[in-house]
Design a protein around this ligand. Structure first.
Ligand code: ADP
Length: 460
C-alpha cells in the first residue's frame, strides 16, 4: 500500500479525519468533565456555607436584643468574636463549641454587619483588606488585599422581638477550590495533546486496517485488467499480423484467401469466447443468480456431459468413464446451465491435460447432506505450489502449454464461482505425473425430486 500514492494519500486523509473528529470529541468531553467537577465543587461549597450560616443565624437570633448592638450572651456561641472597634488578640479556639468549631475548621470568616452596612464584629480568619461594607444580595464573591477570592453568604439577622438587627456574613476562601481546578485544567491542557498524539497513531493504524481490503481488491482489479488486456491483445495482434502479411501479397489465390480467413475466424472465435467468459464472470461477481435456481437432477447432468465429451475423449485416445454410486437420482437446487458448465469445464480440462491412453472418470455419490461430484484423471497433475493459485483468474500452470489448448485460464475461476454461487465447495488433490481429482460438494435439496430421470439440461 505504501507504494501507491493514491492509497497513501487516502490513508493520511482518513487518519486526519479520525484524529480530528476524535480530537473534537475528546476536547468536548474534557471541557464537560472540567465544568462538571467545577460545578459539583461549587454546589458543595455553597451548601456548606448555607448550612453553617443557617445554624449560626438561628442561634444568634435567640440572644440579639437591640439592632446593631452586640448582646453579651453572644460570646456563648462565638467566644472568639472580635469587636470591630477593638484590637483583637487571637484567642485559642474552643473545639468543644460546635458553632465555633465549624468556623475554625476551614478557611471561614464570620462578620456581623449593622443595618448601615458597618462591620460590628468578626470571627474566624481575618482576611486583610476585605471591604467592611455590606454588599447587597445573598451570595457574593469578594477579594482580599492579597488577591485571594472568598465566596460569601449574607443573611439578615433579627432581634428577639423580630426587629432587623443587621447582617450575618459568612465567607470561605476559594483558594483551595481554585488550586484544585487549576490542577485539573493543567492536567487537561497537557493530557489532551498527549491523548491526541495517541489518537493520531491509532487513527493511522486503523486507517491502514480499513484500507487493506479495499487495497487488495484494487490490486485484484488491476491484475485482472492487465491480464484481460494481455489476453485480448494476443488474438488481436495475430489478426493484425495475418491481415498485414496478406495485404503485402499482390496476387492472392483462393487457397491463400481461405487460409487467411480461417486464421482470422479462429482468432475471432477465441476473442469472442474470452469476452463471453469475462462478461459471465463479471455478471457472477455483481449478482447472485439465485432467481434462476430450481431443482435439477445431477445424474442427468453427469450423463449429458459424458455424452457430449465422448467424441473428444475418443479423439484424444482416452477412456471416459461414468460412475454413478447413488441408488436414487440426486437433486439439488441449482442453476442448471451453470452446473452443466461446471462439470463441462472440469471434464474437458481432465481430457486436455491427460496423456493418450489415460482415463477420465466422472463419479457421482452423496454424503448425509451433500451431493459429491468427482472428476478424476490420470493426466499430468498439478504441483503443490501451483494448486493454491489454480483457481485464480487467468492463471495457467504453464502459459505456453495452456495457450496451445486455447485456454485463457478462466475455466477453473468460472468453476469456483459457480460452486460458490451454490454454497458448495471445490477441492483439488493432485500429484505431478499421476493425475488430479477435483471434488465438488453441493448441498442436497431438502424436498424429494419431482423430476425422476427425465430432466434434460440445457446445452451451453
Ligand atoms: P485453461 O482455460 O487454461 O485450461 P483453467 O482455469 O481451466 O484454464 O485451468 C487453469 C490451469 O490449470 C491450466 O492452465 C492447467 O495448466 C491447469 N489444469 C486445470 N485442470 C487440470 C487438470 N485436470 N490436470 C492438470 N492441469 C490442469
Amino acid at each position: 500500500m505504501q507504494q501507491n500514492q493514491l492509497f497513501e494519500k487516502t490513508r493520511w486523509q482518513l487518519a486526519c479525519w479520525y484524529a480530528g473528529v476524535m480530537g473534537v470529541i475528546l476536547s468536548i468531553c474534557g471541557f464537560g468533565v472540567y465544568e462538571a467537577i467545577a460545578h459539583a465543587h461549587k454546589i458543595t461549597l455553597d451548601r456548606e456555607l448555607e448550612s453553617v450560616a443557617g445554624t449560626i443565624h438561628d442561634s444568634l437570633e435567640t440572644v440579639l436584643e437591640e439592632p446593631g448592638i452586640l448582646a453579651p450572651d453572644l460570646r456563648r456561641f462565638l467566644p472568639n468574636l472580635c469587636i470591630a472597634t477593638e484590637k483583637c488578640a487571637t484567642e485559642p479556639r474552643n473545639p468543644h463549641l460546635h458553632l465555633v468549631g465549624a468556623i475554625a475548621q476551614g478557611d471561614y470568616y464570620l462578620r456581623l454587619v449593622n443595618l448601615s452596612g458597618n462591620l460590628v464584629a468578626l470571627a474566624g480568619i481575618h482576611p486583610p483588606g476585605l471591604s467592611t461594607q455590606s454588599i447587597p444580595g445573598k451570595w457574593q464573591t469578594v477579594v482580599d488585599g492579597n488577591g485571594i477570592r472568598y465566596h460569601q453568604i449574607s443573611v439578615t439577622l433579627h432581634t428577639q422581638d423580630y426587629r432587623d438587627w443587621g447582617y450575618l456574613q459568612l465567607g470561605r476562601s476559594l483558594a483551595e477550590w481554585e488550586h484544585y481546578l487549576s490542577f485539573i485544567k493543567l492536567s487537561l491542557i497537557f493530557g489532551l495533546p498527549l491523548a491526541l498524539l495517541l489518537v493520531g497513531f491509532a487513527s493511522w493504524w486503523l486507517a491502514g486496517l480499513a484500507m487493506q481490503p479495499i487495497y487488495q481488491s484494487y490490486q485484484q482489479i488491476q491484475q485482472f485488467t492487465a491480464d484481460a488486456a494481455h489476453e485480448l491483445r494476443t488474438p488481436l495482434a495475430a489478426v493484425r499480423a495475418t491481415v498485414e502479411s496478406t495485404l503485402r501479397i499482390t496476387q492472392l489465390n483462393e487457397v491463400e484467401i481461405r487460409e487467411t480467413l480461417n486464421s482470422i475466424h479462429r482468432q475471432n472465435h477465441r476473442l469472442s469466447q474470452l469476452v463471453k467468459d469475462l462478461l459471465w464472470l463479471s455478471r457472477m461477481d455483481r449478482q447472485n443468480r439465485a432467481k434462476e435456481k430450481k431443482l435439477c437432477c445431477l445424474n442427468d447432468i453427469i450423463s449429458d456431459v459424458q455424452e457430449e465429451l465422448a467424441a473428444l475423449a475418443i479423439a484424444a485416445n482416452l477412456t471416459l468413464i461414468k460412475n454413478i454410486n447413488v441408488a436414487q437420482p440426486l437433486t439439488i437446487v441449482a442453476d442448471e446451465e451453470q452446473l452443466y458448465r461446471l462439470v463441462m469445464n472440469l471434464v474437458s480440462n481432465a481430457i486436455q491435460y491427460s496423456h493418450s491412453g489415460g482415463e477420465v472418470t466422472l463419479i457421482l455419490e452423496k454424503s448425509a447432506s451433500d451431493a459429491i461430484i468427482q472428476i478424476q484423471d490420470t493426466g499430468i497433475g498439478i504441483s503443490p505450489e501451483e494448486q493454491t493459485r489454480i483457481f485464480d483468474r487467468f492463471y495457467r500452470v504453464n502459459s505456453d502449454r495452456s495457450r496451445s489448448t486455447g485456454g485463457a485460464g478462466l475455466g477453473l475461476a468460472i468453476a469456483e464461482a459457480i460452486v460458490k454461487n451454490h454454497n458448495g465447495q471445490i477441492q483439488l488433490q493432485s500429484q505431478l505425473a499421476k493425475g488430479s481429482i477435483f471434488t465438488i460438494r453441493l448441498p442436497l435439496a431438502k424436498t424429494p425430486s419431482p423430476f425422476g430421470n427425465k430432466i434434460k439440461p440445457a446445452k451451453i
